[in-house]
Design a protein around this ligand. Sequence first.
Ligand code: 26W
Length: 834
Amino acid sequence: MNTVNKPFLAKHPNTLKIPPLGMNAIGLEEDFCRYFNHTLGWDSASVSSHHVYSSCALVLRDRLVERWRRTQRAYNESDCKQAYYLSLEFLMGRALGNALLNMDLQGAGAEAMRNLGLDMEEVQELESDAGLGNGGLGRLAACFLDSCATLQLPVTGYGIRYEYGMFRQKIDHGHQLEEPDHWLRNGNPWEIERPEYAVRVKFGGRSDFYIDAAGNTLARWVDTQDVLAVPFDMPIPGYGNGTVNTLRLWKATATEEFDLDEFNAGSYTEAVAAKNAAEHITMVLYPNDASENGKELRLRQQYFLASASLQDVLRKWVHKHGQNFSGFAAKNCFQLNDTHPTCAVPELMRLLMDEHGLGWDEAWEITSNTMAYTNHTLLPEALERWAVSMFGRLLPRLLDIIREINARFTREVSMRWPGDIDRERRMSIIDETGTPQIRMAYLAVVACHSVNGVAALHSQLLQQHLFHDFFELWPSKFNNKTNGVTPRRWMASSNPLLSSLIDRSIGDAWRTDLTKLTALKGFAGDKKFRTEWHKVKQSNKQRLAEMVASDCGVEFDPAAMFDVQVKRIHEYKRQLLNVLHVIHLYDRIKRGDVANWTSRCVLIGGKAAPGYIMAKRIIRLVTAVADVVNHDPATKGLLRLAFLPDYRVSAMEVICPAADLSEQISTAGKEASGTGNMKFMMNGAITIGTLDGANIEIREEVGAENFFLFGLTAVQVEAMRGHYDPAAIVANDADFPRVIHLLQSGHFNLFESGLFDPVVQSILNPNDPWLTAADFRGFVDAQQEVAAAYRDRERWTRMSILNSATSGKFSSDRTIQDYNRDIWHLPQVPAHVE
Ligand code: 26W
């Protein structure tokens, strides 16, 4: 396809210079009406809510597009180094509120809507979440894009435009049901299709080796079945700076030639079927978080993203520099979001060698100098491995290259440790014990010049365990980049009341420099300020209570402590421990042990991977316990439990401003970082947590006296293996036997006998990897301290203020500055001013 219509542009040199669009209420209102009446063809006599939303979005998109063009021009003209964030997941959530905030249009937008008899907050509720991610890793990518744009760094996100995002969770008789998330049903006003930048991606076929005129042996990938990758761009506005970066998402479609060939052969229906098969690649997000399942379609998705994105970057390079790649590594950098896009390593090698004629050494130099890898998990079941046989069938040329990388790497290992065959076997990218498999994490470590974990403890554990051999070989590759979250979405936009209180007290600079919040420390001792802080929390709790009432049918009293755990359901995150505590509180109430009681509303939310039976059973347990607790008159005013269905980005925007207590209770050493913990802290929740992931750094920042610590350390967890005796722990505890008994007696499953037997068995299993029983007593005692602290409102509010005040480190702006300082080395490039 033709990229630029040169005669048209020559005749209309001012096409790109139309006057800037109005940024006041009148300008917005006029444009809204034009979109609503003309472009979308509606009128106020038949108001359809999604057309109201679409019109609003298009009005904002136009304003983004102006800034977008100026930003991209500035990047092009400065010929600066650029970074590309490759990720199978971008959990963007909603865009409208973010566009309003970042373009400083909240006031004008609200006024424009008011003038039309509409309510901007209601309009925002009409947008469905862009749920193109599972959880932490996907949301981190979204926060990073916001920070890159806000810091004016030339960073582009590359991902997949899934037709169906993360499934929608329904709860039916206490069970999780998955429903497809057809988020594009009503169109997506934020995306711009760019068919002119479509690229071909190859699958199947075989490698063909040939000798060129100069006598070199070269390879080409032939007899392939190709798929077309079509980019859709989403604007990523920076906060108040006129920068708009790009998130480029690829959609798979059939190639025209493919269709035609079939058509000419007389198989029209087969041609259409082929189109369908091609489009399968980007049909659905895999809903597995922390367990890889080795499915071929998932590998197709991974390669599709890697190949399309690299071809896109190389096309731009060749357009500007021709076939001279000597400066490529100095101007380009790829950050791999976990191993999911690691096919980019052999694919860049292939493109440089087979398509651009570079030799191995030159191609390797470029690949290793441009690629950097972030690890997000230590759980062995989450580490990606691909069967060599399947990989070779789907991507034969890439397999050749991986074998060559491994051969050269193995030579390096044998030079460093001569004769250490065991180490060679351990470190091999291809695991030959059993059916041969490619260890994608090892491929990433070997090829990348930077390998980072996402919190201090996690990075340290990577060096000591998972990648220890590699750390010995290349210690300087390894580094830590503690996660962060964007304060624009997670405070300024989701907590307007707290934001304005903070603005009035210390000014508004915290939005782009979160360490400025330390100035709040001075207000923690101010009674009047504490009262206002408390009032804000109460009205946020009222808002959450309304959501819980409507989504769960459970009444939460804002006067009670809101005790919240929202995250994917996984055994290592120990929602089970949380439920055991609730059962213990219920048991105390039934025993009449309620002196000095602190009323509590416990909220648990999160999705279970559809095939993860135990996680689904834990959801069932939460709903079963909730049923009993909430319907027992004895608990009135003392205890409530609710399971919130369909936890997602937009739900968290209501939840995190309203939480009093943040549950971060994973088995130490298992949660790489956590990012929900940071959102809660910023909004003044106090953490009850283990020494895991970023909890450790949160506690360091806020001080031990403002954090409720319990549980084994990562070292103690490992030392426990082999002589863990949960039955004895239960027996020797004053409360634990009663909790287990309630579970075993069928008290929560009167009509489904045996339902929770597997849960009890997992607790009592000496091989329980998550050591739930080991931390029960510590958790219950810490919760007792929490309850006492909450009864002292002044003390609690002081702690709450101090949590916000010391959350500065956990801005993703800091994280991105760290990435840029140590890995990317990008200049700041302000958007072009015209
Ligand atoms: C291949 C299946 C699969 C899918 C997703 C395996 C692993 C994942 C991710 C690594 C899971 C994930 O989201 N990890 C989380 O990443 C966050 C951002 O760094 C961390 O804060 C969380 O602790 C970590 O669990």
